[in-house]
Design a protein around this ligand. Sequence first.
Ligand SMILES: [Zn+2]
Length: 302
Amino acid sequence: MDPVTQPDQLRLLAVHAHPDDESSKGAATMAKYVHEGVDVLVATCTGGERGSVLNPAMDRPEVWERLPQIRSEEMAAAREILGVGQEWLGFVDSGLPEGDPLPPLPEGCFALVPTEEAAAPLVALIRRFRPQVMTTYDERGGYPHPDHIKTHEISVHAFEAAGDPDAYPELGEPWQVSKLYYNMSFTLPRTKAIHEAMLAGGLESPYTEMLEKWDPAKDISHRVTTRVPCGEWFGIRDRALIAHATQIDPTGRWFSTPMDMQQRVWPTEDFELARSLVDSTTPEDDLFAGIRSRADEEVGVR
Ligand SMILES: [Zn+2]
C-alpha cells in the first residue's frame, strides 16, 4: 500500500459523557480496533459525580462516601480491560433531572457551560491526538440526559473548529478529523431480534415492556450507515462494563442474553456516519473505510 496515502497510524477518538458510557456504547468496536493496532482514546466529559449507585450489591454507605473516587478507579479498570487511553475533559456531571416540573440544572454543571467554552478542551485534545475518526452521540444524546446532549454539541462543534486555523488559535495546530460517527446501537430492530431469539430459545426476555412502549416513529435504525462486526469482542465489552461496579448490576438485564445468542443474532455495533471528508461508500463495515484504503479505492477496488 502506498505509504503516502496510507496514514502510518490510525487513531480513533470516542467522546463520552460519563465514566461507564464508553463500556456500553461502541466498546466492542474499540476493543476490535485496539486489537488491530489502532490507537484508541476515550474522552470522558464529566466525572459522573451526580450518578447514583445502580448496583444493589454496591449500595453501601462506604461506597456513597467516596463515590467520585470509586468511579475514577472503575474507569481506570475499564480502560485497562479495553486497552484504550482515556482522558477526562474536566466537567461536572449535570445529573438526570427528574420530576414535574423538572428542577433546574445545578449551577456550574456541564450542560450549562456555553458550547463554545465547553468544546475548548476537546478541540485541544483533537489537535494533540490527531484522530482520523471520532465517535459521539446523536443530537438527542442517544437518550435525553442533558450531559449526553451536551456531549453531542461539543463534539460537532469541535469537529468543525479543530481544523479551522481561525478557531481557538491558542489551542495548538489545526487538525481536521476525517469522519464523525454517532453511536446507534440501541435500535428497535436489534432489540426486537434479541427479544425474539430469547423467546424462541425458551428464555424470559427482559425487553417485553420496553418493546411495548417503543414508538416505531422514534426508531433511528434507518439512519445506520455502518455496522462494525465485533461479536468476538463482546466478552471484553461486558468485562469493561462490569468494572463499573457501582453503575451496573451483573445480574441485571444487560447480561441476560447468552453471549453466543448475541453473537449470532446481532454481531455488530452500529453507527451513523454524520460527517465525512473522505470518499467512502455506505453502507460500510469499517469506521476507517476511505481512510485506510484510500490507495485501494483509487484503483477501483471496493
Ligand atoms: Zn452517561
